[in-house]
Design a protein around this ligand. Sequence first.
Ligand SMILES: [Zn+2]
Length: 45
Amino acid sequence: MSTHVHVRLSHGLSMSEDGELVRLSRCRCGAAWTTAYWAEEADAE
Ligand SMILES: [Zn+2]
């Protein structure tokens, strides 16, 4: 299995238990992330 660069497709927004907005992202391979919405700029590549 070769590694591939995950493509973070926007999958929507949700609210964490702490009341923070989190962005849901998912790659075609099935990997998923939950990223703090406010960290979006810091996470930009
Ligand atoms: Zn992937």
